[in-house]
Design a protein around this ligand. Structure first.
Ligand SMILES: Nc1ncnc2c1ncn2[C@@H]1O[C@H](COP(=O)(O)OP(=O)(O)OP(=O)(O)O)[C@@H](O)[C@H]1O
Length: 869
């Protein structure tokens, strides 16, 4: 056929069509330019953000020009939605897909081939478009000049650089050759520069009009909600609370008191169901949506009509979901790439009103994604020849690495997103993300995550299972006892998701979003996986396997949340408080070994044995959970070590040997270990003070006083706290009395006193603000360490963090035997004790370094002073 005579109607005419059919008075962004290009017979590459109005770019030409606009779309669900919406405007539109009945398909084909065609728009899958049969039909239409435009929706699917590569899209390359005079419009919301070039090349676009809109969605507020294992709740419980908080906030801001409309994206189908139940249990009406649900269209209707405000969904609930008033999009699981994230979060705020994107981040979820990606890597190796252009594992890992960067960097989220698409934010930062509104708070959260990461690395180095506080039932946690979710309910290949749906672990999202070929590949990926994991993930896998073996196949944690924790009872019984007999024996042995101080002295072994048993029993009795038990044990060991070191003994360690950290010790213990080694290197003649009874009392009293929110409820009475303070004082006094004489002998008081005061003063300066602040905030929030963080205004968090370090340092100084005398008498000592009462103690690596530096300085001063005298 001869090329059509180009010619787009004037703008006024187009506007009139727009208003008449859609009720809009103006075009959005580059819509008009794209429409004109199509009407002029020119190819176009249209890059618009989600919700930018891409559909209009190919719908309006179908109304203006005779003939059919053929739309290629990757998903049947997406097509169904779009066709229904367009038909709703009274436009002759249909689709051809395998899910239609033969009668429906025949009718569509008939309407397509009349002259003129009785359809203005036809949606098809790329697979159908490349079949010979349909090709023949198209040839007939082409010859009759009835093909107006090929619109390739979600065009990034053609590029292996994109996040949703579909091999069938590659077949679209034949369109240009077979139908050279029909313009092609490629549309996407998610294309990095490389993808754009690839799309243009793959589709053989001819001098295309490139229309790139800004990716910025200024009305969306972006934030990341971090979870670190030092929190009292499990990750799942934390996630449910966080999600509820966001929805409740939205409800508070609604003039009618309605729940805001939102989507919670989950990786697995099963998770969506558990999440929906868990949220519904908390009072938020929520339904699950995934490709495996028969009644999902009902869910869609309920949600679209506003009957149900929240949907917990896999990413099948993405492309094509066009609800204008979505206020919240929350990622329970991390998305696989920035592109996916942008597209999914872009469901929010399509009406231009304020909306929020919240991503939940935990190391466990990160590890889980890494695990999935690592598995893909092995499959790739095992399967030499793959689909040309299939996105390889390295790409997938790189793509996920960008998500990790988005979460782990203290950088304006909007800037990070825009940079990904090669765009720059006009100003330095935005006012619509958590980093721009409170970077200190983000830093603080990240520091906690980093601490957990360090802990995991240490645990791995010492052969321990990585620490997961979420595993441990804790006092005050309404979800105590919930099983490990990722290992248990997702497992590796062979999870229930696998069995039921033929998709591999974590591929629920892929499966839901893609057609069978991709699902089959994903399944293959999971099944083939077996060796060569990244080193970090090996540890995780082993840990998870061990966990599964111990527990059997326990139900997922979310499932248990959904069922109010009742299912926990069905799992094999856990050790009391999560503390196994083995752990207790090991604890007794460690205490014993420290208490006997080498054990060679006559009679010491027996006493130490009894002491170790008694202390351990006390710890166990006073403990509500494994983390607290471990922490108290660490304290008791520290105390015992420091006292053992202080005691003159033929077996006392030399500084050289004691300064080596125990290879199996926790961070706390190592800190203590180093501290006690430092102490041992001081010219401290020590006292007759025996370690265990008083030390255990000190530690026990102090730990009881600062164990955190689980143990200190808001309801705890002031009297109760006073009692604890008295206990602390009672424990401290004999300690100080007993060691005072030895200290006096050991060092020239004048030097110690002045330098100590000087050093403590420096640290106290940073604590001054904290003391006042902490008293108020703790009283208001039940005396918990965490509540302090929560109660501080954002702007003070940074300085608060420094203050906390100061307090750590002071605390460690306070425990240094050399300074106990001073502690008792000096002004600084009083302040330290006061701080102790405010429960602000904790040990951190940074603090121990500060203290170590101080101690070195003091020792040096003391040495030079001794020389001088
Ligand atoms: N000119 C316009 N004026 C006002 N609203 C418009 C205009 N064009 C489209 N819209 C509306 O914008 C919303 C988003 O449009 P559309 O679904 O086409 O976005 P999209 O770019 O395809 O997004 P996604 O990639 O997320 O599917 C729809 O509700 C649509 O009716």
């Amino acid at each position: 056929m001869a090329p059509r005579r180009p010619g787009a109607p004037a703008s006024g005419e187009l506007l009139e069509v727009l208003e008449r059919n859609f009720g809009y008075r103006s075009f959005q962004g580059t819509q008009e330019a794209a429409i004109k290009a199509a009407l002029d017979g020119r190819d176009a590459f249209v890059l618009m953000p989600t919700g930018g109005g891409k559909t209009m770019c190919f719908t309006l030409p179908a109304l203006v020009k005779p003939g059919v606009v053929l739309v290629v779309s990757p998903l049947i669900a997406l097509m169904e939605n779009q066709v229904a919406a367009i038909q709703g405007r009274g436009i002759a539109c249909s689709m051809l897909s395998s899910v239609q009945s033969a009668a429906e398909r025949t009718e569509t084909m008939r309407r397509l081939q009349t002259s003129p065609p009785q359809l203005s728009l036809l949606f098809v899958t790329p697979e159908l478009l490349s079949t010979d049969g349909f090709g023949t039909v198209l040839q007939g239409m082409y010859k009759a000049d009835n093909l107006t435009l090929f619109a390739i929706d979600e065009a990034h699917c053609i590029s292996s650089w994109g996040h949703d590569f579909r091999s069938a899209y590659r077949k679209l390359a034949v369109l240009r050759r077979r139908f050279p005079h029909v313009p092609i419009m490629a549309l996407t919301a998610t294309a990095a520069v490389k993808v754009r070039e690839d799309v243009v090349q793959q589709l053989h676009l001819r001098d295309p009009l490139i229309l790139v809109s800004s990716f910025d969605r200024p009305n969306i507020h972006y934030s990341v909600s971090y979870y670190a294992a030092d929190q009292p709740q499990t990750f799942e419980a934390h996630a449910v609370s966080t999600i509820m908080r966001h929805f409740e906030d939205g409800r508070e801001h609604s003039s009618q008191g309605d729940w805001p409309c939102g989507i919670i994206y989950c990786l697995k189908r099963e998770t969506t169901e558990d999440m929906a139940r868990a949220l519904s249990k908390r009072g938020l009406p929520c339904e699950a949506y995934h490709a495996g649900l028969k009644d999902r269209s009902q869910t869609l209707t309920d949600w679209t009509s506003g009957k149900v405000p929240a949907v917990a969904a896999t990413i099948s609930f993405g492309m094509g979901i066009d609800k204008a008033d979505v206020r919240l999009v929350i990622h329970f699981n991390l998305p696989k790439s920035i592109e996916s994230f942008y597209q999914e979060s872009g469901r929010a705020g399509r009406d231009g009103r304020p909306a929020q994107s919240v991503m939940l981040y935990s190391l466990k979820d990160r590890g889980f994604m890494d695990f999935i990606l690592g598995r893909g890597k092995k499959r790739k190796r095992g399967k030499a020849a793959n689909n040309a252009g299939e996105p390889n594992t390295a790409q997938a890992q790189r793509a996920f690495g960008e998500v990790e960067n988005y979460c782990r960097r203290v950088r304006c989220r909007r800037q990070a997103l825009l940079a990904h698409f090669g765009e720059k934010l006009a100003k330095d930062g935005c006012s619509g993300c958590d980093v721009c509104s409170d970077s200190a708070a983000v830093e603080l959260q990240l520091a906690r995550v980093a601490k957990e990461e360090t802990q995991q690395a240490q645990d791995k180095a010492t052969g321990r299972r990585w620490r997961d506080a979420a595993n441990e039932p804790q006092n005050g946690d309404p979800y105590a006892g919930i099983a490990l979710g990722y290992g248990a309910d997702t497992g590796a290949a062979g999870s229930s998701e696998d069995d039921a749906n033929g998709a591999g672990t974590g591929s629920g999202c892929y499966e839901d979003a893609m057609h069978e070929d991709a699902a089959a590949q994903a399944m293959h990926s999971a099944k083939k996986a077996g060796k060569g994991q990244q080193a970090t993930l090996e540890a995780m896998e082993q840990a998870e396997k061990a966990q599964d073996q111990r527990k059997g196949k326990a139900p997922g944690r979310l499932r248990q949340l959904a069922e109010g924790g009742r299912m926990a009872a069905k799992t094999p019984p856990k050790p009391a408080k999560g503390i196994s007999d083995g752990m207790r024996t090991a604890a007794r042995e460690r205490l014993y070994s420290v208490l006997k101080g080498g054990g060679a002295a006559e009679g010491i072994g027996d006493t130490a044995q009894g002491e170790a048993q008694r202390i351990e029993a006390e710890l166990f009795r006073a403990t509500a959970s494994k983390p607290v038990y471990n922490s108290m044990l660490a304290n008791a060991l520290r105390s015992a070590r420091s006292q053992a070191d202080a005691q003159p003994s033929p077996h006392s360690h030399s500084p050289a040997t004691t300064s080596t950290a125990s290879p199996t010790a926790t961070t706390d213990e190592n800190t203590a270990y180093h501290s006690s080694a430092m102490s041992a290197s001081c010219p401290d003649a020590s006292s007759n003070f025996r370690a265990s009874p008083v030390a255990a009392k000190v530690m026990s009293a102090r730990d009881n006083s600062h164990v955190g929110p689980n143990h200190d409820t808001a309801a705890q009475s002031i009297d109760g706290r006073r009692q604890q303070q008295d206990q602390i004082d009672a424990a401290i006094m004999p300690l100080t009395d007993a060691s005072a004489a030895a200290h006096r002998r050991a060092m020239p008081t004048a030097v110690r006193q002045s330098d100590f005061e000087d050093l403590v003063d420096q640290a106290c300066k940073s604590c001054d603000g904290l003391s006042g602040m902490s008293v108020g905030s703790q009283a208001a929030a039940g005396d918990s360490k965490q509540s302090i963080h929560h109660n501080l205004p954002g702007s003070t968090l940074q300085s608060h963090q420094e203050d906390i370090s100061g307090v750590h340092a002071l605390r460690a100084l306070a425990e240094w035997p050399v300074s106990i005398e001073l502690l008792q008498h000096s002004q600084a000592g009083r302040r330290i004790r006061q701080l102790k009462r405010h429960h602000l103690m904790d040990i951190s690596q940074a603090a121990s370094e500060v203290v170590a530096a101080w101690k070195h300085r003091l020792v040096a001063m003391e040495a030079s002073s001794a020389d001088g005298s």
